[in-house]
Design a binder for this molecule. Structure first.
Ligand code: S3P
Length: 176
């Protein structure tokens, strides 16, 4: 079975939706950021501050190549995975790509709860989210087989929509 890959900006619910989806479908859940942290034995903020963003992006590239070879998995990615088109080629090779979106207000609210995102560790978070979103929006859209706005949905509702999309196209077989 193909993987189901969740992409989208920070705070769009990739991790919580991915976990639920994996439970519903009885498939393994993989979070690329968590896996990068485990394999390098340091957190992403530590990686950014010790070695810089480029170092993290290289680890992210290697991770995309690795998980792109998996089958049957639910894969939640980091928000910047779309920055390198090769990552998307690799994830698409054996996966359906679902893009989660949310409004700037909702992203600010969700990402404000914890301080674990180095890119948003700045004075004007609203300006940063707005400009990053503007530069990435078309990348998320173009990479996606299906897009869901999660602004007013619970992860449960988003999961239901993803399952309905997969069923519609005969992309799921068996129980869910
Ligand atoms: C990033 C998003 C983060 C993490 C890193 C960079 C980005 O993941 O990969 O801080 O460039 O958008 P989440 O989208 O899971 O927050």
């Amino acid at each position: 079975m193909k993987n189901i890959v969740l992409i989208g900006f920070m705070g769009t619910g990739k991790t919580s939706t991915g976990r639920l989806l994996a439970n519903r479908l009885g498939r393994p859940f993989i979070d690329t950021d968590k896996k990068i942290e485990q394999e390098n034995n340091m957190t992403i903020p530590e990686m950014f501050s010790l070695y810089g963003e480029a170092f993290f992006r290289q680890k992210e590239r290697e991770m995309a190549a690795k998980v792109g070879r998996y089958t049957n998995a639910i894969i939640a990615t980091g928000g910047g995975i779309v920055l390198d088109s090769e990552n998307i080629v690799r994830l698409r090779f054996n996966g359906y790509i679902i893009s989660l979106t949310a409004s700037v207000e909702v992203i600010l609210e969700r990402t404000g709860r914890r301080n674990t995102r180095p890119l948003l560790n700045c004075a004007d978070r609203e300006q940063k989210v707005t400009s990053l979103l503007a530069s990435r929006a078309s990348l998320y859209r173009e990479a996606a087989d299906f897009v869901i706005d999660t602004s007013v949905c619970t992860p449960q509702q988003v999961t239901d929509e993803i399952i309905a999309f997969l069923r519609r196209g005969g992309r799921l077989r068996g129980r869910s």
